[in-house]
Design a protein around this ligand. Structure first.
Ligand SMILES: Cc1ncc(C[n+]2csc(CCOP(=O)(O)OP(=O)(O)O)c2C)c(N)n1
Length: 674
């Protein structure tokens, strides 16, 4: 290691240490131990342009152990990302800074993925690598490598312990994602203890079993030449993803805390900072010291990055001349636009169309879109036939067919979530993932991050209620709608019929600023007669008056979603026969409704109309907001049972008669309290 290399590595270490000390909060151990590998990767291998963090053909770098965020912020600062000023480093973990405790991709230019929940980043990287390979297969032509970048990950023991990382890495091995390189900071210390108390498996053998190539660097603290060679070697490999196990000491350089879990998640403390500086031969003053020659050396990234992008732009210009159609398509993909007239491909439903499950309608929509929207890519966790998500006539995404858009995730729901997010982070694609609604729990970690990071991930969850019947309560979603609606920025849509399902898909494709979940039925739902009732396009407003009394003020508002809307329509008829006037509001999406202007919301649900009944085959939690203090809720507040749908409807009281009965009670309740 040259003197300059040593000082550059120590600069990363001490920027991290000082920022964490100033904040009096953070995780110094990882940046201190992983600084050498990060330095070599960023200085010698990473293709990026700090002046344009969004350059599409950059290598992706994911800090999977997001708690080591100061490592990433230091690298962004040193290589010259404009936003990442010294002031930002000094504002680490402070309100409004670009340097939050864990990296947030939406907030900080240069941060590729929101990480912190361990296991997510490494799993996202699998999606990024799929996206790269898919786009390369789609766009690269003789003499034009429009897409040619790698995905690098820095992962920790914690990442390796998380199940989701195993799921994702197993798929990465199967898919032979040769441009995926994981640097594993193998320091054998986690948050609470050494890994000897809980994690003694042979990670290398595990990854070999997945079909990865595994390299080993015995001394990641000082032997930068071996790190360099290992990354070089990984770059030669195109058939298998590579895991480089790099043995390091957590908190390297700290005389009293290195190699202990004390270094993991607490500032070193002023005394120990001083001792560490002395130990590594670093000036005690000033804090946040960056030697001029070190900065100069790092900042060559600016020129190099600009040059690389300039060359790429020149190449793309030529590509555009030779392949104008492809270039136009490329631009459309990256601009998040859909091809002209895409909506015309969508199915329409006549009034006399037969009933069908909304999952089936969704399948029709996906298959109508597949030949038109060529960046629609995704699949299911081994439930393609049940979720109706397979695109017929489209290739599978496999190592021999990298241009395939049907992704076979296998029974790996959580990884599916993270991989879909990885594709969304990468950009250029519209990714989706599908399973039964009840198994959304298995992927919740990824779903939450999709919302936090504002990703355009599309979640398709079918078999949305107890009405799936015979499979019984293990498979029947009950609390899931409430649980998903609780996630900020996730738009949940539960369409009432085939026509609403088409509209829901339109929202899913065009929505900006967060993921969209489509909640679909296993069982048949009738096509609502739109010649008599409001148009399905109203779905975009989240809730709308589907059916109002011909004249006069309604005695009651019934609010229903999904399969319960047609049930409520039937109940309305029964009530009308008794002279009771009701308004039926179809409310497929709370989140879309909340975005409407107040006058619209008041028109649909006038505050003075207090007699209300909500009908939904899920838990009542949350519905009081719309039912109001005097409203009633016909919900499914208990686990279901294994039986035919019809029987369950009788047993659980979801019949038109029961809805009508509840409606009358709701009118009485409102009167009593008035
Ligand atoms: C899903 C998840 N569970 C728990 C945590 C809390 N946590 C943060 S870091 C960490 C373990 C740290 O060990 P390691 O990943 O080896 O990082 P290092 O100690 O090397 O910095 C834990 C449990 C988390 N961030 N994410």
């Amino acid at each position: 290691m040259t003197d300059l290399e040593k000082r550059a590595i120590n600069t990363i270490r001490f920027l991290s240490i000082d920022a964490i000390q100033k904040a009096n909060s953070g995780h110094p151990g990882l940046p201190m131990g992983a600084a050498p590998m990060a330095y070599i990767l960023w200085k010698e291998f990473l293709k990026h342009n700090p002046k344009n963090p969004g350059w599409v053909d950059r290598d992706r770098f994911v800090l999977s152990g997001g708690h080591g965020s100061m490592l990433l912020y230091s690298l962004l600062h040193l290589t010259g990302y404009a936003g990442m000023s010294m002031e930002q480093l000094k504002g680490f973990r402070q309100f409004g800074s670009l340097t939050p405790g864990h990296p947030e991709s939406e907030l900080t230019p240069g941060v590729e993925a929101t990480t912190g929940p361990l296991g997510q980043g490494i799993s996202n990287s699998v999606g990024m690598a799929i996206a790269e390979r898919f786009l390369a297969a789609t766009f690269n032509r003789e003499g034009f490598s429009v897409v040619d970048h790698r995905t690098y990950v820095l992962a920790t023991d914690g990442d390796m312990m998380e199940g989701v990382a195993s799921e994702a890495s197993s798929l990465a091995g199967h898919l032979k994602l040769g441009k995926l390189v994981v640097l594993y900071d193998d320091n054998k210390i986690s948050l609470a203890a050494p890994t000897s108390v809980s994690f003694t498996e042979d990670v290398g053998k595990r990854f070999e079993g997945y079909g990865w190539r595994v390299l080993d660097v015995a001394d990641g603290n000082t032997d930068v030449e071996s790190i360099r060679k290992a990354i070089q070697s990984a770059k030669q490999e195109n058939e298998r993803p590579t895991l480089i196990k790099i043995h390091t000491l957590i908190g390297y350089g700290s005389p009293n805390k290195a190699n202990t879990h004390d270094a993991h998640g607490m500032p070193l403390g002023p005394d120990e900072v001083q001792k560490t500086k002395e130990n590594l031969g670093w000036p005690l003053e000033p804090d946040f010291f960056v030697p001029d020659d070190v900065l100069k050396q790092f900042r060559t990234a600016l020129e190099e990055g600009e040059k690389r992008e300039r060359e790429w732009n020149a190449m793309f210009k030529e590509y555009e001349e030779k392949h104008p159609d492809l270039a136009a398509q490329w631009k459309m993909f990256w601009a998040n636009k859909l091809p002209e007239g895409w909506e015309k491909a969508l199915p329409a439903f006549k009034t006399d169309a037969p009933s069908e499950p909304t999952r089936k309608t969704s399948g029709t929509v996906i298959n109508a879109l597949a030949p038109v929207v060529l960046n629609l890519i995704g699949g299911s966790a081994d439930l393609e036939p049940s979720t109706n998500t397979y695109m017929k006539g489209v290739a599978d995404q496999q190592s021999k067919t990298p241009g395939g858009r049907n992704i076979r995730f296998g029974v790996r729901e959580h990884a599916m979530g993270s991989i879909v997010n990885g594709m969304a982070y990468h950009g250029g694609l519209i990714p989706f993932g599908a399973t039964f609604l009840t198994f959304s729990d298995y992927m919740r970690g990824a779903v939450r991050v999709s919302a936090l990071a504002g990703l355009h991930s599309i979640w398709i969850w079918t078999h949305d209620s107890v009405w799936l019947g015979e499979d019984g309560p293990t498979h029947q979603a009950v609390e899931h709608l409430a649980a998903l609606r609780a996630i900020p920025r996730l738009t949940v849509i539960r369409p009432a019929d085939p026509a609403e399902t088409v509209e829901a898909w339109k929202v899913a494709l065009t929505h900006i600023g967060g993921p969209v979940a489509l909640i679909l039925s296993r069982q048949n739902l009738p096509v609502i007669d739109r010649t008599k009732h409001a148009k399905a396009e109203e779905l975009a407003k989240g809730a709308y008056v589907l059916n109002d009394p011909k004249d006069g003020r309604p005695d009651l508002i019934i609010i229903a979603t999904g399969s319960e809307v047609s049930l409520a329509l039937a109940a309305q008829d029964l009530l009308a026969k008794k002279g009771v006037k009701t308004r039926l509001v179809s409310m497929p999406s709370w989140e879309l409704f909340e975005k409407q202007p107040a006058p619209y919301r008041r028109k649909v649900l006038p505050p003075e109309m207090k007699a209300r009944l909500v009908v939904e085959a899920g838990v009542s939690l949350g519905w009081h907001k719309y039912a109001g203090g005097r409203g009633r809720i016909l919900a499914q507040d208990a686990f279901g049972a294994s039986a035919p749908e019809k029987v369950l409807k009788e047993k659980f009281g979801f019949t038109a008669d029961r809805v009508a009965e509840e409606a009358l009670k709701a009118i009485e309740d409102a009167k009593e309290e008035a």
